[in-house]
Design a protein around this ligand. Structure first.
Ligand SMILES: [Zn+2]
Length: 267
């Protein structure tokens, strides 16, 4: 998965400028691009030195490691991650790789396309879809719906969701400035789901974070078990990280935690 922060990384404080226009809403709906906005004042850590777990990169207070599960899925998720996103511990793209072992992560650089990704996109075993809203007319001829994913499975090919992992602005840039994506079918995510992500403030509840986008795509394309496991894992990440920002230790096992623990018992 993406780069991990060193274990001594402190939590973001009000003095560190950050932008939050979202952890990747592009698949979420047809809404326009968000504008990066400085986060509202965040809890300033007293002493501001937070020990992070080397396994999950969360503050040690509520470590995610006991809840790690693996799941199998027919479809794969390939993340094209903006370089700035790799360094944010609040990034949820990495959760996908924790649960689904076949996940691939590529770094996006405008002037140096990833050679391996370009080659994989040409590999006939895969049926890649770039996840992006269908709100502009110039690529309307490439827009497909979830039925195309089911059709790919019947061929049979491995459906791949290429998710642009960055802020709205970054995702639009990646979509527009990556020639190797220009021939792919564009799959907009259609969902009623509202985001539950609590670590960055979304411009709209309809803007899902990266993990939530993957969860909904998996669910709609028939990988319900994998979607459920990732959803629970995302839930625990979300709760654990949010609680740690306020130095609160979660003592009660949440329903999502319990389902993940039960799942480990089964494996
Ligand atoms: Zn951990």
């Amino acid at each position: 998965m993406g780069a991990r922060m060193p274990a001594s990384e402190s939590l973001p404080s009000s003095s560190s400028p950050r932008f939050d226009s979202g952890d990747t809403p592009p698949g979420a709906d047809g809404a326009g691009p968000g504008h990066p906005r400085p986060l509202r004042r965040e809890f300033k850590a007293r002493g501001s030195f937070v020990r992070r777990c080397e396994g999950c990169n969360l503050p040690e207070l509520n470590c995610l490691c006991p809840y790690q599960v693996k799941a199998e899925s027919d479809a794969q998720v390939w993340l094209l991650t903006h370089p700035l996103e790799h360094y944010k511990p609040t990034n949820t793209g990495r959760l996908i790789g924790d649960v689904l072992a076949q996940t691939r992560v590529f770094s996006w650089y405008r002037t140096a396309p990833d050679v391996q990704l370009a080659a994989l996109l040409e590999d006939p075993r895969y049926a890649p879809f770039v996840i992006f809203p269908d709100d502009q007319p110039d690529y309307a001829d490439r827009v497909v719906d979830i039925g195309a994913v089911h059709a790919a499975k019947r061929q049979p090919r491995i459906p791949v969701f290429v998710v642009l992992d960055g802020t709205w602005r970054q995702a639009r840039r990646m979509f527009r400035k990556s020639p190797y994506l220009d021939t792919l079918p564009v799959l907009p995510l259609r969902t009623e789901r509202e985001t539950r992500y609590r670590l960055r403030k979304p411009a709209s509840k309809a803007h899902l974070c990266t993990a939530e986008v993957a969860i909904e795509l998996l669910r709609q394309s028939g990988d319900e078990a994998a979607a459920g496991a990732l959803d629970d894992y995302f839930d625990v990440f979300n709760d654990s990280y949010a609680a740690s920002r306020f130095y609160h230790k979660i003592d009660e096992i949440t329903p999502a935690m319990q389902r993940l623990l039960d799942r480990q018992g089964v494996d």
